[in-house]
Every structure is written in C-alpha cells, then in structure tokens.
Ligand binder design. Sequence first.
Ligand code: CAA
Length: 380
Amino acid sequence: MHVSYTDEQNLIRTMVRDFAINEVEPTAAQRDEEERFDRNLFDKMGKLGLTGIPWPTAYGGLASDFLTYAMVIEELSRVCGSTGVMLSVHTSLVSWAIYKYGTEEQKQKFLRPLAEGKKLGAYSLTESGSGSDAGAMRTTAIKDGDRYVLNGSKLFVTNGGEAEVYIIFAMTDLQQRQKGCSAFIVEKGAAGFIFGSKEKKLGIRSSPTMELRFENCRVPVENLLGPEGDGFRIAMKSLDGGRIGIAAQALGIAQGALDASIAYAKERNQLGKPIGGQQTIAFRIADMATHIEAARLLTYQAAWRESKGLTYGKQAAIAKLFASDTAVQVCIEAVQIFGDDGYTKDFPVERFLRDAKVTQIYEGTNEIQRIVISRMLLAD
Ligand code: CAA
C-alpha cells in the first residue's frame, strides 16, 4: 500500500472537514443532549455526494473508492460519532450489500436513491437471543406465493425508524441454522413492519437505535437479496466492510479527542506555564498520537484492500479491534488531560469518551473480532 493520497482524496477530505466543522460540530453537543437525529445533515451530505462515495455514477454514486469513504467517516466522527455511524451503516452495510448482491432492478430501485441521499439505509441482524451468535436468530420468513411473510423482532438497529430501506436477515429454514438464513430488503411503511422502542444510550445519542417488529409482514419475492439461504454469508461479508467503517469512526473520535487535548494543553496554564509544557502531559499527547497513527494505517490498509479487490476480512477485524481500543484509551487520556473540565459537558471530550465505547461493541464485539482474526490465522 502506498501511503499517499490522490488529489481527489485530498479534495474530498478538505470539503468534508469544512462541512464537519461548519455544519455538524455546532449542533453535536445539543443533539447528543436531546438524543435528536437531524435528517438535514444526511440531506446535505446527499447534496455533497457523500451518501454514495464508492458506487458507480450509474447507481447515483460518486465513483470514488472505499478508502475515500473511510476518510469521510473519519472526518465526520472527528466532530460527531453519531453522524459518522449514520453514514457508515448506510454505506458499508446497506448500500454495499445491495451493490454486491442486488439484481440490476434492486440496484436501480434501492441503491440509486440510497447513493443519491434520497433514502437512508439500516441493517438488521441482531435479536434478543442472537447478538454475537448471529446464526441463532429466530425471525422467520416463510414463502407464500409471490411474498415472504416475516415474523419476529430485531434489536439495536442503527438508523432504525429514520431509514427508508432496511436489510433484514430472517430464517427461511430454521432447521439449517446459518444455511437457512436469507436477506431481504424491507421498506419503511410495509404492512406489518413495526417500529418498537428507541434505546436510551450512553453514547452516540443522536444516532437512533431502534427495535423492529415483524407481524405477518409480507415482502415481495423480488426483495429477496441474493439467493435464498445465502443470508448469513451476505451478513458476514457486509460486516467485513462495515467494520472498516467502525474502525474509521473510532479513528475519527480519537483524532477529535487528540485535537481538543492539544488545544487545551496549549491554553491551560498551571504552575506558571501551559500544561503542554509539562512532560507528563506532553508525553501523554505523544502516546495518543502514536496510537492514532497506527490505527489510521490499519484502517486505511483494510479500506485500500477493499478498493483493490483484495481480501480484507482479517484486516478489517484487526483495524476495528485496534482502532476502537485506541479510541477508548485516547479519550480516557483526553479527559484526564482536561481534569475537572474534561468531566463536564462544557468540553467535548466526555462526549467523545461516551461515543468511543460503542466502537468496541457493535458490528461484532472486540471478542468476536479476536475470533474472526484467530480463526483465519489458525485455519488449515
Ligand atoms: N465472509 C463470507 N462467509 C463467511 C464469513 C465471511 N466473513 N464468515 C463466515 N462465513 C461463512 C463460513 O464460511 C461458513 O460457511 P460454510 O458453512 O459454507 O463453510 C458460514 O458462514 C458459517 O460460518 P461460521 O461457522 O464461522 O459461523 P459461526 O456461527 O461460528 O459465527 C461469528 C461466526 C464470527 C461468531 C459470527 O456469528 C459473527 O460475526 N458474529 C458477530 C455478529 C455481529 O457482528 N453483529 C453485529 C450486527 S450489526 C450491529 O452491530 C448493529 C448496527 O446497526 C451497527
């Protein structure tokens, strides 16, 4: 991998940085406080072309690549982790799956409006009895003529309630476990598709996390994504790319905490000089930056491999594991550097710390990442 960026990548990064500072950051603390999702931000991202970065123009995309996409998630998360995950799930879980496994008709009908920012996407795998053990899901999809009838419920759905396009994994044959799982595209408003309660969370509070219920929800057979029985593989492949998005989100949160710490260390005077002049603070900042650089290289490597059509599942899991641990550790250090100030809502580092924690949990806990990585290393 060459560690250099194209003119287009530099241009998009600068554009997104401006957008993040001018449009996302000013309301980030208030949206967090009010647990308020702001659809306007998504609409504005659509107008900038950020909602379909890697997809061809034929599907309404920007025809850029996954590395550029990871940079965009990083820059958004540098000011607001909720905004970062909104675009990450929309792009690397939902749009990616339709781009890779959808029919031409599905791409025109669903991918195009997703890429153009006219519709928001959500992805739903987890259930109350199947989180890490995704293959144990109980939601069923029984074929009945030209429809599948879905029954069951899903949990922890990012963008839930706000999204228009949902990828739902359900069992078309419960006896076969993973091989009996299929993927469906379900639209908001479908009869029998019900939004349940919204989670109250520690962090990413302006990103809605919703329970979904299916009560005899009839989905047209043309909304089956990929072949029947291929759902588990589609879920796992989508998560490989999704984990790059979460690594980029964690990286951005960590960078945001470092930015704030450096500014504070230069301004805050103690014992007659800025605290950045004290070796204990200066060395902390050096260590934070070192871990962030390593996380950035791992994340970009995984994204670059996806862009080049190379295998990237292991690299994505490694990047997610390292970047999320880095984010939590860096944010803890940032709060410490800020002292009492860091523990208040007057400064952004307490929000960064709360937002960072979930990156170790969703899209596969870091324990699951270790399973994924070690299985690949130990396979015959
Ligand atoms: N790509 C392609 N195929 C894959 C794959 C991958 N990355 N991973 C597994 N498969 C295939 C296997 O090859 C196997 O196929 P065969 O039987 O044909 O060989 C099949 O899938 C079953 O694989 P495993 O035996 O490895 O399955 P398992 O039951 O042991 O589970 C697991 C593996 C890694 C633990 C998996 O269950 C997992 O990743 N769990 C975590 C789930 C997760 O990340 N959930 C997050 C949901 S999204 C979210 O967080 C909410 C949100 O909105 C952001």
